[in-house]
Structure formats: structure tokens, C-alpha cells
Design a protein around this ligand. Structure first.
Ligand code: HSE
Length: 315
């Protein structure tokens, strides 16, 4: 591949995401406006890819380029374009680790966006997802795309097929708002995936398929009532909520405060709730946090629109 328009250094970002969206395990996610991770890529004299620094992680993320999600994604891209020049990545974590907000996906997407831009964007954004998924795999043990795809493309993204990748981007209804409450405990996605039963009953599957169809139809029709009715997960949530003390109380608080629906964000422990409009979101966030507090868990909250665009390049 001939590379032109090489830049000195590049800063890219990718946002937090909510995966699964209740019923749609591994096949649907959406992007939040904040928080986000950033990755700076610059050329160095040392051959190969390295990580020069990681900020905002309290020293917890690996600096080994074969273990950090940002560098694994970047390396997959560099191998694809046949580049071996020395490049250093500096990772700025804005997302909490192990939160259910797609932290590993955000770093992976920002990493691959940064190195692609460093070489003058030889690949289109649409072609970058497989590299980000290589990063997701090293972090979570699974290359699910329901965080990385919305982190890259924004909006809601439906993963119709993971292999081969077949994605459908769905614009969010104008008034849709999201409250995410992040309890200050950690759940590793890898662990939260391992605990899931491998088999489900046909009756449960039929119910889930109905809800997934209803959710997608609700998004296309901007039918908030339908979105709310469909945000029901009878398969994954009952298993994983046991990892999040206070889950039922927090969900009850969100619904009592007017949420359309509420469930775990990704593999948790964060809990998201969707709303039609801004009116109830502040009170809902406070009520959800109070419910966590009642089981002695501190938390923080995010109130966001659905971000139309995903990650990008800052400079
Ligand atoms: N779909 C993934 C899971 C998302 O629920 O395991 C992880 O954030």
C-alpha cells in the first residue's frame, strides 16, 4: 500500500458506549457524548510500536503493546498496511475501567483512528472496525462489536452479523436521552461473560426476539413507548444483576422517575436508563444514585444525548 500525507503526530478520540441496550445482547450499542478516551500517535526513532505513557488509569493498564487494547488495535492496522516504522502511543483514559461503558473499545477505536490518521488515512473509517475488534479481544477475551462499532460510527449500531461483519447504523430519535449511573465497583467483562449460561429455552428466546424487533422498530419510528416496552431482557440481566448490589432498587428508582426502560450497560456494573426528553433526567440520576447509596455504594452519573458521530481525529 502506498502511504502519502504522513503527519508528525495525531490525537484521536472515541466515546463511551452502552452495549446490549437491554434485550440485544452482543448485537446493539449506542454512543454517548462523554466521557471519551484519547490516543496520541507519534513517530519515534525506535522501531516498532510502543506505549510511551498511559494517563488516567491509576497505573493499572498494561504498557506492553501486545496487551494494551489501543496498541493491539493499532498494531493490527499497521500489520495490515505493512508499516514497521517506530510509533509511540500515548493513551489518555477518560473512561473508568471495568465500568460497562466500553472502556477497552474506546481505547481500541481511538488507537486505530490515530495510527490511520498518522499515515494520512489510507483506510476509510468504515474499514477500521476489524482492527479495533482485535484490541477488544485482547482486553475482554471476545471480539464482540457492540461497543467498538458505536464508538467508531456513533448513533445506534446493530450488529446483524459478527462474522462476516454486517452493521446497520440507526439514527437515534431526536428526544432520546440516556442516564448512566456508574457504581464505584468493577466488573470485568471477561468474568461477566464467563458466568452466562450457554443454553436458553425456546420460550425465552422468542420473548427476546420480540423485544429486539420492537426496540429496532421503536428506534426507526421514534416511538418512545415502544422503545420502553421493548427494553426488557429476560436472559442476560437476571444472571448478571447478581454482580451489582442494589440493581433492583436502582432500576426501580429509574422507572419511578419516568424512565422508558432501564438495564445493565454492557456487562455492568453501570446501569443505563433511557428517557424521552430532558425533563426527568436530573431527578432520575439523583434517585438512581440514592438507591446505590442505600446499599452503601458510591456512584457517579452521566446524562447524555445519543452521540450522532463516533470517534474522530482532533489534530
Ligand atoms: N455485549 C458485551 C457483553 C458488552 O455484554 O458482554 C460488554 O461491554
Amino acid at each position: 500500500m502506498s502511504i502519502t500525507n504522513i503527519k508528525g503526530n495525531v490525537r484521536a478520540f472515541a466515546p463511551a458506549t452502552v452495549a446490549n441496550v437491554g434485550c440485544a445482547f452482543d448485537i446493539l450499542g449506542f454512543a454517548l457524548e462523554q466521557p471519551r478516551d484519547e490516543v496520541v500517535a507519534r513517530f519515534t526513532t525506535e522501531a516498532g510500536l510502543s506505549i510511551s505513557a498511559v494517563h488516567g488509569d491509576n497505573g493499572r493498564l498494561p504498557h506492553d503493546p501486545q496487551k494494551n487494547t489501543a496498541s493491539v488495535a493499532a498494531q493490527a492496522f499497521l500489520t495490515h498496511i505493512g508499516e514497521r516504522r517506530g510509533i509511540a502511543l500515548e493513551v489518555f483514559k477518560g473512561l473508568p475501567l471495568g465500568s460497562g461503558l466500553g472502556s477497552s473499545a474506546a481505547s481500541a477505536v481511538a488507537g486505530v483512528l490515530a495510527v490511520n490518521a498518522l499515515f494520512g488515512s489510507p483506510l476509510a473509517k468504515e474499514d477500521l472496525l476489524p482492527f479495533a475488534l482485535a484490541g477488544e479481544k485482547v482486553a475482554c477475551g471476545s471480539a464482540h462489536a457492540d461497543n467498538a462499532a458505536p464508538a467508531l460510527f456513533g448513533g445506534f449500531v446493530l450488529i446483524r452479523s459478527a462474522q462476516p461483519l454486517d452493521l446497520i447504523k440507526i439514527a437515534a430519535p431526536e428526544e432520546l436521552r440516556c442516564v448512566v449511573v456508574h457504581p464505584h465497583i468493577e466488573v470485568k467483562t471477561e468474568d461477566a461473560r464467563r458466568l452466562l449460561q450457554r443454553q436458553i429455552t425456546l420460550a425465552d428466546a422468542v420473548k427476546q426476539w420480540g423485544n429486539i424487533g420492537g426496540l429496532i422498530a421503536g428506534l426507526y419510528r421514534a416511538d418512545y413507548e415502544l422503545i420502553g416496552r421493548s427494553l426488557e431482557d429476560g436472559i442476560i440481566e437476571p444472571q448478571r444483576k447478581l454482580l451489582v448490589p442494589g440493581f433492583d432498587a436502582v432500576k426501580r428508582a429509574a422507572l419511578d422517575a419516568g424512565a422508558l426502560g432501564c438495564s445493565l450497560s454492557g456487562s455492568g456494573p453501570a446501569i443505563f436508563a433511557l428517557f424521552a426528553g430532558d425533563q426527568q433526567v436530573q431527578d432520575a440520576a439523583a434517585a438512581m444514585r440514592a438507591a446505590f447509596k442505600s446499599v452503601a455504594i458510591e456512584s457517579s452519573s452521566i446524562i447524555s444525548r445519543i452521540a450522532c458521530d463516533g470517534g474522530g481525529v482532533l489534530a
